[in-house]
Structure formats: C-alpha cells, structure tokens
Design a protein around this ligand. Structure first.
Ligand code: PEP
Length: 249
C-alpha cells in the first residue's frame, strides 16, 4: 500500500497578521508536486487559523497546534475539537514535545486527546520522541513505544493518524538526526505497529520525521524508505519550506 508523502509546517507561537500574509503569499506562489504526490498541511497559531484557511491555496490544508482533551465547557483558555470541526479545520497536532515538556502533558493525556479528536472527525499528527538523555541511555525505542502505546490503547482506527517522530534533541537545535538515525527509529516503530496493532496499520500509517529539517537536509532524509515526510518547525516559516515539499518527488 503506497503511503503518500506528508509535509507539515508547525508555525508554533510565531507571527503577526502581516507576517502570516507574507508566508501565505509565498506558499501560494510556490511550485510544488501535485496533491497526488504530497499532502501539505500548515499549522498556524489558533488566532490565525481562519485567515490562513480562507487565503491559502486549496491544495494545502491547515492544522491546529493542539485541542482540548474532551468536549468544551468550563476550561478557560482551551479550544475544543468541536470548535475546530465547526471552523472546517481538518487537522490537529497533538503531543508536541514542547507541550509534553513545558505543560506536562503525559503519554496518557496525549492518548486521550488523540482518541477524542479522532472521534470528532479530526485528523491527527501525533508527535513522539525521546530526549537526548533518553537516547544516550539507550532507551529511545522504549520511550517512543510507550508514547505510541498510550495512543494505540485508546484508538481502533489509524486511518486519520500521521505519526511524527521528533527527537527532542533535534527540535529547534539545528542538530538534525542523520538519515540512518531517522530510518532506524521509523523502521522500529513500523515493527512495533506490526506486532502491537496490525500488519495493515504498520504498512499504511505514515511516519514522518521532525527536528531541524531544512531545504538542505530534506532530500537525504526523504530518500529513506520509512521516512514518509516531515513535520517542520523553523523552516516552515521560510521560503525553503517549498523546497522541503519538493523533496516528495
Ligand atoms: C517542530 O517543532 O515540530 C520542529 C520539528 O521544529 P524545528 O523544525 O524547528 O526543529
């Protein structure tokens, strides 16, 4: 089963109205492979979702960077999955390492969020990844397996899930994983899905890499058989995001 290349752009907590307009204009003018070849999803901060959605080219889609774990209500400052659906936002990023680390989101909490968002019809980019300390201790696979298990235990359909392997030591550091390091973890994750979910889910789920991906290093990473695309932070705010999308070819 072919896995369509996926490129996500995580704008994080960046941008003014003017900057957002500029980024959208650059994306709209970019020459990229057809949507049959690559799926592109950009994720602005909540407040810019409507303007980006209405001004972005139709072959690119938008994602929120988070949503609440259950139905909305008395949860000041939160945004619910239902609200995203109501606004026509198809995707959401969940479990980003910045939220796991800075806001203490546990594996279980992220798993619950993924299950709830899927149940409301959102598609989910679910992030996992180890810290440098964990990698140096040799526990990379244990860490990402536990993070994936907390999701797998709570969902039964993986059709609308993209798994983003983002080693924490590579995020925003300029220290990209080598293609061999990324391939090794992606292949192990696929094995884990094969053994613990199903051979079909292992074969069809896209596993994308994130962490200091740039126009300069994307081609080599994209050439690896189990790297099905990228989640891009810093470079998604720059024109080189177009080059990263082109690495799908
Ligand atoms: C991210 O935040 O998901 C990310 C991968 O960031 P960067 O590309 O800047 O390392």
């Amino acid at each position: 089963m072919g896995r369509k290349f996926f490129v996500g752009g995580n704008w994080k907590c960046n941008g003014t109205t003017e900057e957002v307009k500029k980024i959208v204009a650059t994306l709209n003018a970019g020459e990229v492979p057809s949507p049959d070849v690559v799926e592109v999803v950009v994720s602005p901060p909540y407040v810019f979702l409507p303007v980006v959605k209405s001004s972005l080219r139709p072959d690119f889609h938008v994602a929120a960077q988070n949503c609440w774990v259950k139905k909305g209500g008395a949860y000041t400052g939160e945004v619910s999955a239902e609200m995203l659906v109501n606004l026509g936002i198809p995707w959401v990023i969940l479990g980003h390492s910045e939220r796991r680390a800075l806001l203490s989101e546990s594996n279980e909490f992220v798993g619950e969020k993924v299950a709830y968002a899927l149940s409301k019809g959102l598609k989910v980019i679910a992030c996992i990844g180890e810290t440098l300390e964990q990698r140096e201790a040799g526990s990379t696979m244990d860490v990402v397996a536990a993070q994936t298990k907390a999701i797998a235990e709570r969902i039964s359909d993986w059709t609308n899930v993209v798994l983003a392997y983002e080693p924490v030591w590579a995020i925003g550091t300029g220290k990209v994983a080598t293609p061999a390091q990324a391939q090794e973890v992606h292949a192990e994750l696929r094995k884990w899905l094969h053994a613990n979910v199903s051979p079909e889910v292992a074969a069809s789920t896209r596993i994308i890499y994130g962490g200091s991906v740039s126009g300069g290093n994307c081609k080599e990473l994209a050439a690896k058989p189990d790297v099905d695309g990228f989640l891009v932070g810093g470079a998604s705010l720059k024109p080189e995001f177009i080059d990263i999308i082109k690495s799908a070819e």
